[in-house]
Design a protein around this ligand. Structure first.
Ligand SMILES: Nc1nc2c(c(=O)[nH]1)N[C@H]1C(S)=C(S)[C@@H](COP(=O)(O)OP(=O)(O)OC[C@H]3O[C@@H](n4cnc5c(=O)[nH]c(N)nc54)[C@H](O)[C@@H]3O)O[C@H]1N2
Ligand SMILES: Nc1nc2c(c(=O)[nH]1)N[C@H]1C(S)=C(S)[C@@H](COP(=O)(O)OP(=O)(O)OC[C@H]3O[C@@H](n4cnc5c(=O)[nH]c(N)nc54)[C@H](O)[C@@H]3O)O[C@H]1N2
Ligand SMILES: [Mo]
Length: 762
């Protein structure tokens, strides 16, 4: 029997419907799907009004993803999943006092994530007192007093942990990190730790900045675009428009992915129908179905070929890079046998890829979680860097590195200080602006925060957005850890499992979302965000807040600051007039001079990016660095599989919008595991058989029950299942070297036929 307090999603194997895998992304079905989501969740008028405001210059930044907006947009750039994110936020505030009286916590734990999200927006601050079975309502004043007094009574500042998810605006994030640092710690774990941390680390070490080096405009000037370990059709739909336009201008596109993701095959822009254009565009010229974790081997193969053929930019290498000779020599260590075996890709195909690279004067490499969430996440991204350095593809129009960020402001949050390991340079500037001293000792990242909770070293945990329990690995272990905390505080918009598995006392503090009007005593406020390509711009909600009780994130933090350290900053002004937060940011952050003026420019402004702007590298040597890495060990026990955890088309991280993974043809159930048909027949498994999965890490095992097998075009020996349901299989200590990111795309598992099924058959 499942213990609901273990945090896992209740397994349910009903309702699965399978349809054909889609060959074309977007098109009319995408338009219909988003209108359906919109109208069902917010009604027709609100749908039209809201969708017209997404990513407009005077509107709000789409809460969907961090892909930038084109400068010359039509009425609105249509995005199915952006529309879903907006509709989801615009739901009625039905999760109110009455809702919590009706539903005990135990009752809610037995519901699915889909059900929890469908109940609507959070309406009122709520408290779960020690041993209580239900949440009850509490006033803002009392709730914030409770948070302040719990923080004040901690023995040491390290006993407080302050998480951030990536929707938080620059203003809220800046104020939040200032408060946490004023309290004396750098305990600022964030969703980045589980996301692009590997990219940040890999890029800082090699090109001197932890960000990408391309503009949106570069896509149209590119000869070759590599899309590695990323599913843009679902997760960055607006990127498909950029790919289509690049394609029309002659770019070649290569997709490197264990799955033939629909968006990378054919794309039909829904807006084109309006102009009578019914043709879809084939995007990828070459799809390389690499085995999970096989990218490093594949890239070594390409690098070897390019170096052997002397196909590199000698002048760039000489003037702009170091360590080329070591790098070149190291390539001899890798045999073609190993490269082909580990990548699962034949030499012929690798040669095709090398040829495309050779023929390109401007190459862009895009990647996302398929590279970052691996043990060798940092190293494999550095192989991508090697590839671009070899051809001199940095600081040149149409070329560059493009880690495609996830959450809409995750990059901005890091820029303004949400970081457990700030650099000395950053701290010095921050001290100048804030005028108080900042602790130097690095704080906890996500995994270390869970360890600290396990050791009972955490008294207060605050979560600025997000769903810590479900987003982090090892759900059962994390659930236990969270239950060791004295007070857990969730600053949220929607109900999720982190409201149900909590510390001894728990608070839910409901806030305004991106789409809503933020009116303070100083008038209507706007906030700012930074997209995936370093453009900082305004975002202003226009919808009436769904409940009059909600606070904005900046004003909530300011009220807390005023209770905790009233003398350090003028919290009252900061909380009501965001221009004063931006003035403080201008004095405290490099590159933010004149912030209030510059963000008021129509398209915002670009943060400095030395590699892109001037081909300059702020590394120790002042040059970009070639790196050499061994290949990762990709062997697993004979009867074991490698499992990756991925997103469906109808979810936003842990928020489940619906039960359709339309492109992959899976409907009505999320508890499925994709498997190669040959692997299935070898094990005597049929479509819809139910299996249990056990993950193996060092000497530990974790089992997750009742997964429905679905045959799919996936390399042999590989499996895929949806996150967050599969998180209970991800071992907490299985993390990437250097970045400490959980290896959510590399989980060694065995499968066994579910006892349930056997019982049914008997
Ligand atoms: N609609 C929607 N949009 C989102 C999100 C969402 O949940 N829903 N989440 C947002 C966030 S926070 C993020 S970080 C991004 C995530 O965006 P993605 O990184 O695209 O998301 P994942 O579903 O994790 O997909 C990873 C892709 O990597 C592939 N992959 C897995 N392992 C490997 C490997 O070893 N090698 C290679 N080459 N490929 C591999 C998978 O097949 C899959 O296509 O999307 C953002 N946008
Ligand atoms: N196994 C596995 N695990 C993963 C991943 C994976 O691919 N596989 N991906 C990882 C990645 S890339 C990421 S980024 C993390 C995501 O981790 P998180 O960012 O922690 O999770 P989300 O699901 O995005 O958070 C959703 C919650 O945020 C709240 N929310 C939404 N909008 C707002 C807002 O405007 N303000 C506030 N205060 N709250 C808001 C809502 O209450 C909602 O329930 O998960 C990681 N976990
Ligand atoms: Mo992410």
């Amino acid at each position: 029997m499942r213990d609901p307090f273990d945090g896992s999603t209740p397994p349910d194997t009903n309702g699965l419907r399978l349809t054909k895998v889609k060959q074309t992304a977007a098109g009319i079905p995408a338009a219909v799907s988003s209108l359906n989501h919109g109208i069902r969740k917010m009604g027709l008028t609100k749908t039209v009004r809201n969708l017209l405001m997404v990513n407009q210059k005077e509107g709000f930044d789409c809460p969907g993803c961090a892909w930038p907006d084109p400068e010359h947009r039509t009425s609105f750039e249509f995005c199915e999943n952006g529309a879903k994110a907006v509709a989801d936020e615009a739901m009625k505030a039905n999760v109110n006092e009455r809702f919590f009286r009706k539903h005990s916590i135990q009752d809610l734990l037995n519901k699915s994530d889909y059900w929890l999200n469908r109940q609507g927006r959070l309406a009122h601050p709520m408290i779960k007192r020690p041993q209580a079975t239900h949440y009850e309502s509490i006033s803002w004043e009392e709730a914030l007093d409770m948070v302040a007094s719990s923080i004040k009574s901690m023995d040491k500042p390290e006993r407080g942990v302050y998480y951030t998810s990536g929707r938080t605006s620059n203003e809220a994030a800046f104020l939040y990190q200032a408060l946490v640092r004023a309290l004396g710690s750098n305990n600022l774990p964030d969703c980045s730790n589980m996301c692009h941390e590997s990219s940040g680390k890999a890029l800082s070490q090699t090109i001197g900045i932890g960000k990408g080096t391309v503009h949106l405009e570069d896509f149209e000037q590119s000869d070759l675009i590599l899309v590695v370990g990323q599913n843009p059709g679902t997760n960055h739909p607006r990127m498909l428009t950029a790919l289509r336009d690049a394609k029309k201008k002659g770019a070649r596109i290569v997709s490197i992915n264990p799955l033939p993701e629909t968006g990378l095959q054919r794309f039909k822009h829904p807006q084109d129908y309006m102009s009578g254009d019914f043709q879809s565009t084939q995007l990828a010229d070459l799809h390389i179905p690499v085995r999970i974790g096989g990218d490093a081997a594949l890239l070594k193969g390409v690098l070897k070929l390019l170096v052997d053929q002397q196909s590199f930019d000698q002048s760039f290498i000489e003037h702009k890079t170091i360590h080329f000779e070591q790098f070149k020599q190291s390539l001899d260590e890798f045999s073609w046998n190993q490269i082909e075996q580990d990548s699962g890709i034949s030499r012929e195909i690798i040669e095709q890829l090398a040829q495309l690279c050779e023929g390109s004067n401007a190459t862009i490499a895009c990647w996302a979680m398929g590279l970052t969430q691996h043990r060798n996440g940092v190293a494999v991204i550095q192989e991508v860097v090697n590839l671009l350095l070899l051809g001199g593809h940095i600081g040149r129009p149409g070329a560059g590195l493009c880690p495609v960020r996830g959450h809409s402001n995750v990059q901005g949050d890091r820029t303004v200080g949400i970081w457990e390991a700030p650099s000395e340079l950053f701290i010095e500037k921050l001290e100048q602006g804030l005028n108080f001293s900042i602790p130097r000792k690095h704080g906890y990242d996500v995994v270390h925060a869970i360890h600290a909770m396990e050791r009972q070293d955490v008294d207060v945990f605050i979560s600025m957005g997000g769903n810590f329990l479900s987003a982090t690995p090892d759900t059962k272990r994390t659930a236990k850890a969270l239950q060791n905390v004295g007070l857990t505080v969730q600053v949220s918009t929607k109900l999720n499992r982190s409201h149900l598995i909590t510390g001894e006392t728990a608070l839910i503090l409901p806030v305004l979302g991106r789409t809503e009007l933020d009116q303070t005593s100083s008038g209507e406020q706007f906030v700012t965000v930074e997209n995936s390509m370093g453009v900082v711009h305004r975002s202003k909600g226009n919808m009436k807040p769904v409940s009059s009780t909600l606070l904005s994130e900046p004003s909530l933090i300011a009220r807390l600051g005023d209770k905790l350290c009233p003398d350090l900053l003028d919290w009252v002004s900061l909380g009501s007039d965001y221009d004063s937060i931006r003035d403080l940011m201008a004095n405290s952050l490099n590159g933010f001079e004149d912030y209030n003026t510059r963000v008021r420019e129509t398209n915002g402004f670009l943060l400095p990016n030395p590699p892109r702007d001037n081909c300059e590298f702020a590394t120790e040597s002042g040059k970009a660095v070639f790196t050499t890495h061994p290949l990762p060990n990709v062997h697993v026990d004979n009867d074991h599989f490698v499992l990756m955890t991925i997103r469906s088309h109808d979810q936003y991280n842990t928020t489940i919008y619906g039960l359709h993974d339309r492109y992959r043809g899976v409907h009505g159930n999320r508890r499925i595991v994709f498997m190669n048909a040959l692997d299935m027949s070898e094990r005597g498994l049929k479509t819809r058989d139910v299996v249990d999965m056990t993950s193996h890490f060092n000497t530990t095992k974790r089992t997750s029950l009742n997964w429905i097998v679905v045959p799919y075009e996936i390399p042999r020996g590989n499996l895929a299942a949806y996150f967050p349901e599969a998180n209970e299989l991800v071992p907490l200590d299985s993390t990437a070297d250097i970045s400490n990111t959980p290896t959510s795309k590399w989980i060694e598992v065995s499968i066994s036929t579910s006892p349930l099924l056997i019982a049914e058959e008997e």
